[in-house]
Design a protein around this ligand. Structure first.
Ligand code: SAM
Length: 351
């Protein structure tokens, strides 16, 4: 039998592990091992980032989506979703509010809404960069042609988030309609990296049909792709989707995976995600203690926050909200961390 202590030691010193080792670690139920893994990940995060936490202001600019992902509350078939789209002016107002609160990264996330085509989003990005040249802009607007990614990059976008969702093609096909293919998603990730973005990928933990072996494939894919950021959060069902009655993903397993990712990619930006904080009352703190270094407070206008419902009961108030930064600062201080007023770029160089 493989010794989990040895695997943790290898992760700590070599930042690597093979599939068999990762599976053994995921299968291990020993609380002492879980704590040793968490501690090693926290030490690594502190070695890279100190006790700083970077914030990203999340602006959910549209919940129109042409896609029909089976897990997602804003899928096009959800006729109960109340659709909205922020105007460029509204997006800029979010940035003004966020800048005053000390945020230096704005993340524009939305469904694949083609009313926000290449030109319109490029103009918004350029205007944000003109008004806030010391801020980073991250886009998360799904799969697009490489020339569109390039246009947005040239307009000033610094980073792009596109979760691969699952690295296993059969599993991917169970979560998505046939017009969406894993190969196309992976090609987008490759294109984004080649264009020069800081790229983030990631997956849901506990999505329907997911096995521990699938999670090992995700970890190996991520290690090999070597992204600048990795976002993972538990799957949480949305009542108006085909997966509405599926089980909720495990917060404990999510935390374990955050720790493994921290050791595999010591310099990556890893958020303690909204989904994790939705499941756990102190999800931000636990995420940071497991090796995460980023939190993404919601900066969307109050009147649309209820509408960007990817899953049931999605949290968007208290320390999950931009106006709750004082509370977040206090929660982080309780565990000895502080918020850095900084763009929080990837600390190294990835080729
Ligand atoms: N449309 C863009 C895309 O496809 O990347 C960005 C928006 S998409 C809604 C953002 C992420 O939300 C997805 O990558 C997915 O992992 C996550 N998500 C969607 N439904 C979810 C659910 N039911 N539970 C947890 N996370 C979910």
């Amino acid at each position: 039998m493989l010794s989990c202590n040895k695997i943790i030691h290898k992760l700590k010193t070599e930042h690597n592990a093979n599939g068999e080792e990762l599976l053994a670690l995921l299968q291990c139920e020993d609380v002492k091992i879980a704590e040793a893994l968490r501690q090693a990940a926290q030490e690594q995060a502190q070695a890279t980032f100190g006790k700083n936490v970077f914030l990203r202001g999340l602006i959910e600019f549209s919940n129109f989506c042409k896609n029909d992902c089976l897990y997602c509350g804003i899928r096009r078939s959800n006729k109960n979703a109340s659709r909205y789209r922020l105007t460029p002016q509204e997006i800029l107002e979010c940035c003004t509010t966020g800048y005053a609160l000390g945020l230096r990264t704005f993340v524009l996330q939305g469904g694949e809404d083609f009313a926000y085509d290449d030109k319109r989003l490029a103009e918004v990005v350029a205007e944000i960069k003109r008004q806030y040249p010391d801020c980073a802009v991250t886009l998360s607007a799904g799969e697009r042609k490489p020339e569109i990614y390039r246009e947005w990059f040239e307009a000033g976008a610094d980073r792009y988030l596109l979760r691969h969702e699952t690295a296993n093609a059969e599993h991917y096909a169970k979560l998505h309609p046939s017009e969406l293919q894993l190969t196309a998603r992976l090609e987008c990730l490759q294109n984004l990296k080649e264009i020069g973005y800081q790229v983030g990928t990631g997956f849901m933990v506990g999505s329907p049909y997911q096995t521990l072996e699938n999670l090992v494939e995700d970890l190996l894919f991520i290690k090999n792709f070597n992204p600048h950021m990795v976002g993972i959060g538990p799957f949480i069902p949305h009542k108006d989707t085909p997966f509405g009655k599926e089980a909720v993903g495990s917060a404990k397993l999510t935390l374990k995976l955050v720790s493994i990712l921290r050791l595999l990619l010591p310099q990556a930006n890893l958020p303690a995600t909204t989904a994790l904080n939705t499941l756990l009352p102190n999800g931000h703190q636990q995420g940071i203690l497991a090796g995460a270094n980023v939190i993404m407070p919601n900066l969307s206008p109050q009147n649309v926050r209820d509408k960007y419902t990817l899953y049931d009961n999605k949290k968007h108030s208290g320390s999950e909200a931009a106006e709750g930064i004082a509370l977040l600062r206090q929660q982080l201080a309780e565990i000895g961390y502080e918020i850095a007023i900084s763009r929080g770029d990837y600390p190294g160089v990835i080729k």
